[in-house]
Design a protein around this ligand. Structure first.
Ligand SMILES: Nc1ncnc2c1ncn2[C@@H]1O[C@H](COP(=O)(O)OP(=O)(O)O)[C@@H](O)[C@H]1O
Ligand SMILES: O=C(O)C1=C[C@@H](OP(=O)(O)O)[C@@H](O)[C@H](O)C1
Length: 165
């Protein structure tokens, strides 16, 4: 079966990578994660890129990734970093955009210490909450579909229903 790229967006820890990986397997296609692409290409963790080069440099790498995806990637499930659609509002040019929405308090409950440590913009919880409020509107505006990601199986079923429709 053939489909356009399915792009999962949402705040840090909303489950984009976890859902994306399972969904791709279900659809019998490939999965890519822009954070992983960048880490592999740079041979550096996101945390290190932020520390050594700053956020702006990271955003340029995301832009590079977007150009490559738009030009060369098809029929793929793609999870992007939480800031990706904020800095690349033309994200829809690369596929169908699904916003995985999770309440901030639930994200906090889901993520363990190690997962928080990896995310430079999640170090100050108060600031992260403010960022969440600001970005929620942006994610909504840029999405083709919005799905509340509470239960993994239900979320995957909902995306598969969209895909089949
Ligand atoms: N319903 C759910 N969907 C996806 N991930 C979930 C869910 N419930 C708990 N998690 C957990 O949330 C954490 C963050 O998920 P992750 O896929 O890394 O988020 P993101 O890629 O959006 O930053 C993981 O530990 C994952 O196992
Ligand atoms: O929200 C953001 O600006 C970021 C989210 C991260 O990805 P996840 O959403 O997968 O955590 C990662 O791209 C980087 O730390 C910046």
């Amino acid at each position: 079966m053939s489909f356009t790229n399915i792009i999962l967006t949402g705040f840090m820890g909303s489950g984009k990578s976890t859902i994306g990986r399972i969904l791709a397997k279900n659809l019998n296609t490939y999965f890519i994660d822009t954070d992983n692409l960048i880490e592999n290409f740079e041979n550096k963790t996101i945390k290190k890129i932020f520390e050594e080069e700053g956020e702006e440099s990271f955003r340029q790498k995301e832009r590079y990734c977007f150009n490559w995806i738009k030009k060369s990637v098809k029929n793929t499930v793609i999870s992007v970093g939480g800031g990706f659609p904020v800095f690349i509002p033309e994200i829809k040019e690369a596929g169908v955009v699904i916003y995985l929405k999770v309440d901030f308090q639930d994200i906090l409950k889901r993520m363990n210490e190690e997962e928080i440590k990896k995310r430079p913009l999640f170090q100050d919880i108060k600031k992260a909450k403010e960022l969440y409020e600001k970005r929620d509107k942006i994610y909504k505006n840029l999405a083709d579909y919005i799905i509340e990601n509470k239960n993994m199986d239900e979320t995957i079923k909902k995306i598969k229903d969209i895909y089949g429709s």
